[in-house]
Design a protein around this ligand. Structure first.
Ligand code: MN
Length: 148
């Protein structure tokens, strides 16, 4: 019933919750782990996942119809949300609206750990085609941030 958090390798883990790969496939992300804390198996309509990105890592640059509710728990970093790059620290809550490009990265030499809520029943993420990528990279701040 209870799974206590553990400080491990500079970050956070939950006891008895498997540490999974961020995604099943692909090479458009780096140094990121996933733990599923709550999901459909416990009769929730949403999943609550804990992602932790290690130094030099990043999540996929993607968008989709489903939304994310993000709560930062550990470390520091930044997120691209639409045409903004937002600084993140523990206890910051961030909403990712539908069809909005997003990507997470820790700051240099840091880790970034965050909870992310998403509906169990959700559409597959889309990655940017070259045209969309050019549009995202229009702002210098975004261009300097994104990794693909
Ligand atoms: Mn996403």
């Amino acid at each position: 019933m209870i799974s206590r958090s553990i400080r491990a390798r500079g970050g956070l883990r939950w006891a008895h919750v498997p540490v999974l790969a961020y995604k099943e496939e692909g090479s458009h992300f780096k140094n990121i782990t996933r733990q599923i804390l709550f999901d459909a198996a416990q009769r929730f309509a949403s999943q609550l996942r804990y992602f932790e990105i290690g130094p030099g890592g990043y999540s996929t640059l993607e968008r989709h119809r489903h939304v994310h509710g993000v709560l930062v728990l550990y470390g520091q970093g930044r997120a691209l949300v639409g045409d903004q790059v937002i600084s993140l620290k523990p206890m910051d809550a961030l909403y990712i609206p539908p069809l909005t490009w997003h990507q997470f990265q820790p700051d240099r030499g840091k880790r970034l750990g965050f909870l992310c809520m998403a509906n169990c029943d959700r559409d597959r993420p889309e990655r940017p085609h070259p045209k969309a990528l050019r549009k995202i990279a229009k702002s210098k701040r975004c261009a300097g941030f994104i990794k693909v």
